[in-house]
Design a binder for this molecule. Structure first.
Ligand code: PLP
Length: 259
């Protein structure tokens, strides 16, 4: 039977990030994708031009429609907009016992638009992260989640340890926002720490990379892979996706197109 997976995230009308990137990634990796839309953005390669959240009631109805009919093997969250949506998502995840949950703590789009209200960070830490299998912050997101400045390798270890203390089983602290020849991701569980390294690709067509990476990780977890094996595959997948980034639109082109 085809594995069924779920993304709980925002819509990107430009098709490069959010729900659209997740569903394309699921399709590419051979799992059946379902979706719960938390917010709709008017967006293209140049940026976010408008945002409207879906009501908490309709988010709940979507979660219940999926949870009552599908066998969800893994799921992910992306843009959650605010604390009210986070609380109904956490309640839905618990009610339907959605497991293998990947939390991509989306906060700010590359163009600077806010995708999560500042007041929602506490809800993310206390309501959603304790339910998560993996959290996949980039460095700026990890700084907000931990309240610390991350510069050195030791800072990254300390930040990952602080995030594990929120109750998540594994942290993938992505290194794409740091300087250097390679993009090094730190993977930490309670018992193990790994560094996954890949050459840095110089391109501006990187819209939706975080979404695509966390969706690939979700798809691999659905297939029963271990957290480390799923992360290694997702890292290879996003590396290839960035290599094939599409130079379309006037801004940052999308990475969820495969030759
Ligand atoms: N729009 C939506 C709906 C998203 O979920 C995300 C990222 O998660 C983005 C935009 C941001 O994508 P980027 O940072 O690549 O611009």
């Amino acid at each position: 039977m085809r594995m069924q997976v779920l993304t709980i995230a925002g819509s990107d009308s430009g098709g490069g990030a959010g729900i659209q990137a997740d569903l394309k990634t699921f399709q590419e990796l051979g799992v059946f994708g379902t979706s719960v839309v938390t917010a709709v953005t008017a967006q293209n390669t140049c940026g976010v031009h408008g945002v409207e959240a879906v009501s908490p009631e309709l988010v709940t109805q979507q979660l219940d429609a999926i949870g009552s009919d599908f066998s969800i093997a893994s799921c992910k969250t992306g843009m959650l907009f605010d604390a009210a949506r986070i609380e109904v998502v956490a309640a839905g995840v618990r009610r339907h016992a959605f497991h293998r949950l990947v939390v991509d703590p989306v906060m700010i789009a590359k163009g600077g638009a806010s995708l999560l209200q500042d007041t929602a960070v506490d809800a993310l830490k206390t309501s959603l992260l304790p339910l998560a299998t993996v959290v996949t912050p980039n460095v700026p997101e990890a700084e907000v989640l931990t309240g610390m400045t991350i510069r050195t390798f030791e800072d990254r270890i300390e930040a990952a340890q602080r995030m594990l203390a929120y109750g998540v089983r594994a942290v993938v602290l992505k290194g794409g926002h740091l300087e250097g020849e390679s993009a090094d991701d730190l993977v930490m569980t309670k018992s193990e720490t790994f560094i996954l390294s890949a050459p840095r690709i110089q391109t501006s067509d990187t819209h939706g990379t975080g979404c695509t990476f966390s969706a690939a990780l979700t798809a691999e977890l659905a297939k029963g892979r271990s957290i480390l094996a799923a992360t290694v595959t997702a890292k290879r997948f996003i590396q290839s996706a960035i290599t094939h980034g599409l130079d379309i639109g006037a801004g940052h082109g999308p990475t969820n197109h495969w030759a």
